[in-house]
Design a protein around this ligand. Sequence first.
Ligand code: PGA
Length: 256
Amino acid sequence: MNRRYRKTIIAGNWKMNKNPAETKEFITQLKPHAARAKWCETVLCVPFIDIPAAVKAAKNTRVFIAAQNMHHESSGAYTGEVSGEMLVSLGVKYVVIGHSERRQYFGETEDTVSQKVRAALACGLRPIVCVGESMSQREKNLTLDYVRMQIKTVFWDVDPKDVKKVVVAYEPIWAIGTGKTATAQQADEVGRAIRECIREIYGARHARSVTILYGGSMNPKNAKELLAMPDVDGGLIGGASLQCDDFVQILDAADQ
Ligand code: PGA
């Protein structure tokens, strides 16, 4: 973390879990702890149907609500989809884009990710964009090249003034939901490469301002070590964000 230049963000990604009543209960439990975490922004990425309950429960707190996906058009004949404008109208502040599960199961590509990033920024949402390599790419020593390619697509055509609104989540695919965490050094090495790539495109000042999260089996035990690294500015937490106690311990680890 480097709080001098950028915000620390601890984001829980609930995936397809919890209903509105459970959402309300979770946030009620979380509230007093989030108020204590002065140094970091707390974000909950909830299923679409939980958004109204989440926004209501988080009103006047330091907890921000995110969606887990959006469509790049603002409206139209796209059955089953939800636009960024619709999310904004509900009080949503962040949106996860290009999670590896969306790439793997729902056919999202670098191209759709890039379109969604620009659409999110255009309607005032902060995108949390996921990048990361598979195990076979890591074994072939392709991690840094692959992630750099992804970062170039993420930022393609993004206006310099919007760069600091983009949150990058480095999530090695082999670490998601597997209990296998990247070491703090691995997470930091890729975080540094991501920042370097942004620096090459936009210059040092912009690159410094971007929050880079680590995601992939982050939990109360390993959070402190990961968050101590200079290019790990927070976490995108799946499994360990479903229990309020675990999530609060990670928040505490970030509030060092
Ligand atoms: P995990 O998920 O913490 O359960 O590995 C992280 C994510 O998918 O964002």
